[in-house]
Design a protein around this ligand. Structure first.
Ligand SMILES: Cc1ncc(COP(=O)(O)O)c(C=O)c1O
Length: 387
């Protein structure tokens, strides 16, 4: 039997391959997983327990509880400067679902969507699922993985429907500047393109940088789908909760998708999400300051290893490390570090061809493990150089 041909275009995940090999191995130090190591803050967990006891156990409206959409619209308006009404907000089962809905409603067969390379692994797959063609925009190490906006123009064709951006970026840690976003906005306006803006890491941005939402720029709200989440900001990956802001006519289309797929985000998770947004934000700041310290320790430690170099990420909890001097490919080095040093990393090529020459290390892990991991990597790399 012939399955959906779009599925044939999806490559097996380069991240999975390594995790599968790591399965069952003892004494591993993992820089692999892209999720906070913290447990969800107590007041959010309490809200979920209360929601269960109060009987929030039924379907919710497709687009989310009205009170949650209202609180999210206020947050988007006040914090992100995207002035939206609750009718322009959709609650989803995670950012991944929000990305899927965005691609699905925008794409007609053969439409092109420009995606970052290196970029979060699901972008390419989701464009394919929706029947579109992903066009990889190279982000280069020499520019610290910021986009070359002249080059971006060369990738736009009459078939281009949207540009997908992700700032701060997984896996590179780059956070786009206001100037860059203004230029992207200008291009989108001139060429009448939509922007899908993945802002899952809005709260993890360093050195006093300000997270800027492209939809907050003049006239951009009308042609942007902005995606935000709970997974990274509130350590809520397992709850499967996120939200997007989009023009009301798109929200109507998303409602059709929700009605016929997941129906609504989990009711308990939505109540917990309400507590997360309405409650004190100290937990977000505390986790951020832990990431900040770990980032400094990890980048300093890696830069002291001959053969590796790593600029301090501007946002996220990922270090994207240049390994070119080792003479190995990304995949070879990741395998070597796993097999010989018991350290899990992700080859840069898992995120696109531009990731060759890099490995991604997630520092959403304890300082103790980071220090031990650096020691192991140092010893491992010294062995390669002495061969
Ligand atoms: C850039 C980016 N976007 C979206 C997601 C999806 O997050 P979730 O589906 O957990 O909300 C992730 C998760 O790793 C991510 O790194």
């Amino acid at each position: 039997m012939e399955f959906n041909l779009n599925l044939k275009k999806i490559k097996p995940s380069g991240i999975r391959k390594l995790f599968d090999l790591a399965q069952g191995q003892k004494d591993l130090i993992s820089f692999g997983i892209g999720e906070p190591d913290f447990i969800t803050p107590a007041h959010i967990r309490e809200a979920a327990k209360k929601a269960l006891d109060e009987g929030y156990t039924r379907y919710t409206p497709n687009l989310g509880f009205p009170e949650l959409r209202k609180v999210l619209a206020d947050k988007l308006t006040n914090k992100n400067k995207i002035s939206v009404t609750p009718e322009e907000v959709v609650v989803t089962s995670g950012g991944t679902e929000a990305l899927f809905f965005s691609c699905y409603i925008l794409i007609n067969p053969g439409d092109e969507i420009i995606i970052p390379d290196p970029g979060f692994v699901v972008y390419e797959s989701q464009v394919y699922f929706a029947g579109g063609k992903p066009i990889h925009l190279p982000l280069r190490g020499k520019n610290n993985f910021h986009p070359d906006l002249e080059e971006l123009k060369n990738y736009i064709t009459p078939k281009t429907k949207a540009i997908l951006i992700n700032s701060p970026s997984n896996p590179t840690g780059a956070a786009f500047t206001q100037e860059e976003l203004l230029l992207i906005a200008k291009i989108a306006k001139e060429k009448d393109l939509f922007i899908i803006s993945d802002e899952l890491y809005e709260d993890i941005i360093y050195d006093g940088r300000e997270h800027i939402s492209i939809a907050s720029l003049p006239g951009m709200k009308e042609q942007t789908i902005s995606i935000f989440g709970f997974s990274k900001s509130y350590a809520m990956t397992g709850w499967r909760l996120a939200y997007l802001a989009a023009p009301a006519d798109l929200v109507k289309e998303i409602a059709k998708l929700l009605q016929n797929t997941s129906v609504c985000a989990n009711s308990i998770a939505q109540r917990a999400g309400l507590a997360a947004i309405q409650g004190p934000q100290d937990c977000v700041k505390e986790m951020f300051s832990a990431y900040s310290e770990r980032r400094n320790v990890l980048t300093k430690g890696l830069n002291e290893i001959k053969g590796l170099s790593c600029y301090a990420p501007e946002g996220t909890f990922y270090a994207f490390v240049n390994i070119k001097e080792t003479g190995m490919t990304s995949e070879e080095l990741s395998m070597y570090l796993l097999e010989k040093c018991k350290v899990v990393t992700v080859p840069g090529t898992a995120f696109g061809t531009q990731g060759e020459g890099y490995i991604r290390l997630s520092f959403a892990t304890s300082l103790e493990d980071i220090k031990e991991g650096i020691n192991r990597i140092k010893k491992g790399i010294e062995k390669i150089s002495s061969c």
